[in-house]
Design a protein around this ligand. Structure first.
Ligand SMILES: *Cc1c(COP(=O)(O)O)cnc(C)c1O
Length: 398
């Protein structure tokens, strides 16, 4: 039953890939090389918010490609300027640095925090990070990430991070008492790779105030939770707080690689000429893709839609899995959904795939759903009603 595809040995084996490849997509659907159709419950890991083959995105990219793809950050880039304006307007931030990935966005945030400290006379500024955090795979972002599996074999990683339990203010106060060099806190308001863990508004507001009181930067990693994924433009908006630094990537370019580090307040203009840079970041093509993504999301009301579809999926799963032993919790916000089981469930990915569903499992026992924000009512219902019996059968099989 398992489809087979042939892949070259000339690829570094950094992924144990599933035996499937896709040729094209439409909305929330993908077609594999052997002609089968799949309902996409993952959107390339929270990337394809507009779904596949969105006509406005395709046209905007094609038109821009025909005009200008790349110049350099040595020059003005009008498309990048327009994107900076729009992303700052939506997030209430003041300035943006564009790069090419989530890890790079966080790398920029980490450098910004260190430079912020440096300008205040602290040479080795420390940053508080969370248990179960995921911030990327460059050496510094890996150090900020809480995954022993991802770190093993890479030797000494950059220091300067102080790890505390998620959603625990007392631990932050204690960290402060022990580390006078702390200058910032970096966290996800909804942890994605960490298993869809949600920080409550009370904690986030208290943390916001604590950072302000201590002159620390509050830096929010919205790489996964940003760009409408949770039903608001950014996850922190559920708590009505204003961060000093925000990092973005995944959904921002709808699949065209782009990341961003936004700064405001005390983080504004910390970085000056020569302090940071990138050859590709924020070029004309990717900037147009991101700008079009934001425009289409607004035009199509995708924030409200993501909220409604998320509720539908969670409610349907809750109903269909009611009373099933082995389901610990169904949680999430908008279209960032986790189904935590009481046992490891990595096999579910292949079982669901054989039945035409693309899903993901993270932290061994959490089924993660990140469907395109454009998923239609019937498709959302289908995803939940098809997935529930798969989970039920899996849990009831010893
Ligand atoms: C995916 C992710 C990253 C890393 O992004 P890359 O584009 O893979 O480098 C960082 N932070 C969070 C919260 C993520 O989900």
């Amino acid at each position: 039953m398992i489809a087979s595809i042939t892949l070259t040995d000339h690829l570094m084996k950094t992924y144990s890939r599933q035996p499937i490849a896709f040729t094209h997509g439409q909305g929330a659907w993908l077609w594999s090389t052997d002609g089968k159709k799949y309902l996409d419950g993952l959107a390339g890991i929270a990337v394809n918010g507009l779904g596949h083959n969105h006509p406005k995105l395709v046209k905007a990219i094609a038109d821009q490609a025909a005009r200008l793809i790349h110049t350099s950050n040595l020059y003005g880039i009008v498309e990048q300027s327009a994107l900076a304006d729009e992303v700052c307007r939506l997030s209430n931030m003041q300035e943006a640095f564009f790069c090419n990935s989530g890890a790079e966005a966080n790398e920029a945030a980490i450098k910004l925090a260190r430079h912020y400290g440096y300008k205040r006379g602290i040479n080795n500024a420390k940053i508080i990070v969370m248990e179960r955090a995921w911030h990327g795979r460059t050496l510094a972002t890996l150090a900020a990430t809480d995954s022993e599996k991802a770190k093993v074999g890479f030797g000494e990683l950059p220091g300067g991070f102080v790890r505390v339990p998620y959603k625990n203010m007392a631990a932050i106060e204690q960290a402060k008492a022990e580390n006078p060099e702390i200058q910032a806190v970096l966290l996800e308001v909804l942890q994605g790779e960490g298993g869809i863990n949600i920080a409550d508004a009370d904690y986030l507001r208290t943390l916001r105030q604590f950072c302000s009181d201590n002159g620390w930067l509050l830096m929010i990693d919205e790489v996964q939770s940003g760009i409408g994924r949770t039903g608001k433009w950014f996850g922190f908006q559920h708590a009505d707080i204003q961060p000093d630094v925000i990092t973005l990537a995944k959904g921002l370019g709808s699949g065209v690689p782009i990341g961003a580090c936004l700064a405001a307040g005390p983080a504004y203009q910390v970085m000056g000429p020569g302090s940071h840079g990138t050859t590709f970041g924020g070029g004309p093509l990717v900037s147009v893709a991101a700008l079009t993504t934001l425009q289409v999301m607004a035009e199509e009301g995708l924030l409200e839609h993501a909220t409604a579809m998320g509720q539908l999926i969670r409610a349907t799963l809750t109903r269909e899995l009611a009373g099933v032993a082995g389901v610990r919790e169904i949680r999430g916000r908008g279209l960032m959904i986790g189904i935590e089981l009481l046992k490891p469930c990595a096999e579910l990915v292949a079982i669901a795939r054989d039945k035409g569903l693309i899903i993901n499992v993270t932290r061994d026992n959490v089924v993660r759903l990140l469907p395109p924000l454009v998923i239609q009512h019937e498709e959302a219902e289908l995803l939940a009603t098809e997935l529930a019996p798969i989970i039920r059968t899996f849990l009831q099989t010893p």
